[in-house]
Design a protein around this ligand. Sequence first.
Ligand code: BTN
Length: 250
Amino acid sequence: MGMADMKPIQWRVKSMDRVDSTQTEASRLGSEGAPEGTVVVARMQTAGRGRRGRSWTSPDGGLYMSLLVRPPSSKRAETLTLVAALAVVRGIEAATGLKAQIRWPNDVVIRDKKVAGALAESNYRGEALSFVTVGIGVNCNSKITSDSAASPATSLVEGLGRNVDIVDTRKSILKAFADLYSKWLGGADPVEAVRSGISTLGKRVVVLTTAGKTLEGFAEGMEPSGGLRLNLDGRKLTIHAEDIEWLRET
Ligand code: BTN
């Protein structure tokens, strides 16, 4: 399909008051055949999930949503996390004027404090990619002090000094996602698109790997796969999102 044939994604929002996790609900709907563009939004989650099995605290006053997309199997679903994070950055700016950045691989930060996170989970039928649920959580009007030991957190209300309109924020993020997603489907390099929005590049970073090793070095660049190129004082190494517990910029 050429760029010209591509219709922007049509969102169909399912709003819920409370759910265990919008990811679980979206994945249930996906296996029942729900179309691309289905969005599950909840006012609260009782078992919100973050990266690597961490929990995502989800009180009233935040934005919690999962977007169902059905990209062709040939696309690398890993880079969708970056697309989602960039959509969050742009949506936050459009809705509030606040400048946010991406801390590799999937955190959205304002002044180095985490304000939002994105998570793309692939669902397969046999070997073939069936659909992806893109989970987005934004701390909006609730004061959140910390979501993990490695990362102090903030919320939009803290950055802005007044409450934000959660529905507006949601709409802005969906609009930005629709735009970036159709470019991504059309072959645009997500890494190129996010480069300017990544706070991590050009910084010294400390990384805890899933193997329990701490690495310290300079974040030099990104691979088309979404991997981060590190220079560990001379030794070059590319790390992937699935290899790390957390990353801190120093
Ligand atoms: C992370 O930074 O670890 C990713 C956090 C993603 C949280 C969102 S909230 C909406 C959706 N439902 C979930 O259970 N998780 C994602």
